[in-house]
Ligand binder design. Structure first.
Ligand SMILES: *Cc1c(COP(=O)(O)O)cnc(C)c1O
Length: 225
């Protein structure tokens, strides 16, 4: 029997162009709900809090890749590095260096995305487009020992104005292209543009997203705590 979650995933996969990765955002969802998505074939799950990521990772199958997609505090870097295969929300150079040192100490390699602030709201964190353009990423990447810089991540403004959302995604894709050409043209890893959520993933894909992060469309509305 197809469950509702499996059904939702099936419909999304049918519509998603090949080459675009789907991260199922499991924050607030029970392990049982996550397992329904797992049985439907998904293996990449996103959490925005480190504790919740760790708790789920500890009890769910080992072949799941966990992405951290929320702001990471420095006192949780150790746990994040231990649990996440990708940290999508790197929003400062200080944090990037802490992740690198911790990954080196743990003897692992962590994939990271640079979070770029593209929304008009102050509340979303990340490098500004100007900061991103003025930073010597090539030099930084060369100094990293256990972090692989794999691309950029961003969240559009929470608005019904889809023209605004589209122009923000376009800006993020532009930031990605500039960094790729300027600093990472010889890196095979710098290739991800993580953008698009339940309400705007189609626009994100049209604007070049390689990775969408979808929760509500798979699991239903989250119950606000
Ligand atoms: C919650 C969350 C999502 C998914 O949001 P939905 O609207 O439920 O798809 C995507 N990205 C981040 C960073 C989130 O915190």
């Amino acid at each position: 029997m197809m469950t509702r979650i499996a059904d939702n995933i099936g419909r999304l996969i049918e519509e998603l162009p090949p080459g675009v990765t789907m991260v199922a955002v499991t924050k607030t969802r029970s392990p049982e709900e996550v397992m329904e998505a797992y049985y439907a074939g998904l293996r990449i799950f996103g959490e925005n809090r480190v504790q919740e990521l760790t708790a789920k990772k500890n009890i769910l199958p080992a072949d799941i890749s966990w992405h951290l997609i929320g702001h990471l505090q420095s006192n949780k870097v150790r746990q994040a590095v231990s649990g996440a295969s990708m940290i999508e929300s790197v929003d400062s150079l200080r944090l990037l260096r802490m992740i690198d040192a911790e990954a080196l100490a743990q003897g692992k390699v962590v994939d990271c995305l640079l979070q770029i602030h593209i929304a008009s709201e102050e509340t979303k964190s990340g490098f500004t487009a100007v900061e991103a353009a003025e930073t010597d990423w090539g030099g930084i990447a060369a100094s990293l020992k256990a972090v692989r810089l794999c691309g950029v991540m961003g969240m559009a403004t929470f608005t019904d104005d889809m023209n605004q959302v589209r122009s923000e995604f376009r800006m993020l894709a532009g930031v990605f292209s500039r960094l790729q050409e300027t600093h990472f043209s010889k890196s095979g890893h710098f290739r991800e543009i993580s953008m698009g959520m339940s309400g705007d993933w189609r626009i994100a894909v049209e604007e070049g997203s390689t990775m969408i992060r979808v929760g509500t469309l798979i699991f239903g509305e989250r119950i606000k705590k």
